[in-house]
Design a protein around this ligand. Structure first.
Ligand code: MG
Length: 302
């Protein structure tokens, strides 16, 4: 099942993207038996409700065509910061090491550490499909892309074992961990500032529920103005999803609606020769096999 948040009569509502690529509201689909009108409510509504919704979605037809629906991020305002993983594809680690070697001090390790590098992006960074990503001037001109698979937690828990981890996953969506590179390196090796400009975490276009997607070997790509930049597969993650859930939940209770973005493959802008950065007017896309395409324009602040 594909679950989205779309604009209905001017307000965001939870929707299902049916097989005919139209969007129907979940409230309409389950015949008024619920007031679950946002995706976070759906996560908490329980398996019985989701089964009803899944059955209704299977037969659903004739909603708003996707092309004319305005989609928001599937979870437009996450309950708290989105958990993020750095250096989770070895080729991306290597390209970063090479690029950093050409300029400036070495704050980064020489080998991928034994534990994943973790940081967060605050809820206000999240925007949906087609929403503008703001160029970071006057603070920087080094705006970069990072295609990532996002994991949406459905069942909370603390100290989740790797063996149990996948049963806590509700579904998956695409994310673009937009990064302001020079600012990212400016603050004592803590990436938070350069990763937290407003609008710098596009997510979407919808959540594909975990029963319909095996995330272990999916094509993951990014494009800028149609030109391919990243092209890899999720099987190349260094730390796999169960390990990431175990690490993030160690001593820290995960909540339904929490999200973990799982790191980016090689092909980001700063590590290219010569380096490339996003400009006002560019369109950046993240595509993940089995999910879809997340597309965003870069805009200047007026
Ligand atoms: Mg990233």
């Amino acid at each position: 099942m594909r679950l989205c948040t779309f604009e209905q009569r001017g307000v965001p509502a939870a929707g299902v993207v049916a097989r005919d690529d139209t969007v129907l509201s979940t409230v309409d689909l389950v015949g008024g038996a619920t007031d679950e009108d946002d995706v976070l409510d759906l996560l908490l509504a329980g398996e019985e409700f989701l089964t009803d919704l899944r059955n209704a979605a299977r037969k659903a037809r004739g909603g708003i065509p996707l092309a004319s629906a305005k989609l928001h991020a599937p979870i437009p305002r996450p309950p708290r910061n989105v958990f993020c993983v750095g250096w989770n594809y070895s080729e991306h680690f290597e390209e970063g090491k090479q690029a950093r070697g050409q300029s400036g001090p070495q704050l980064a390790p020489q080998e991928i550490p034994q534990f994943p590098a973790l940081f967060t992006k605050n809820p206000a960074t999240v925007v949906g499909p087609d929403a503008p990503v703001f160029f970071p001037a006057p603070h920087s001109e080094q705006l970069d892309w990072e295609a990532e698979l996002a994991v949406v937690i459905g069942k909370g828990g603390r100290d989740i074992t790797e063996a149990a981890a996948m049963s806590h996953v509700f579904g998956y969506t695409c994310a673009n961990d937009i990064s302001v590179r020079d600012v990212q390196r400016r603050h004592g090796g803590q990436w938070f500032k350069g990763k937290n400009f407003d609008t710098h975490l596009p997510m979407g276009p919808w959540i594909v529920t975990a029963d319909e997607l095996d995330p272990s070997d999916l094509a993951i790509r990014s494009r800028v103005n149609g030109a391919g930049k990243q092209d890899s597969r999720t099987k190349f993650m260094v730390f796999k999803i169960p390990r990431l859930i175990a690490e993030v939940s160690a001593g820290c209770e995960l909540w339904p609606g929490d999200m973990i973005i799982t790191g980016t493959p090689a092909g980001v802008g700063f590590a290219r020769t010569p380096p490339e950065f996003l400009k006002v007017g560019d369109v950046v896309e993240v595509e993940i096999e089995g999910i879809g395409v997340l597309r965003n324009p870069i805009k200047g602040r007026s």
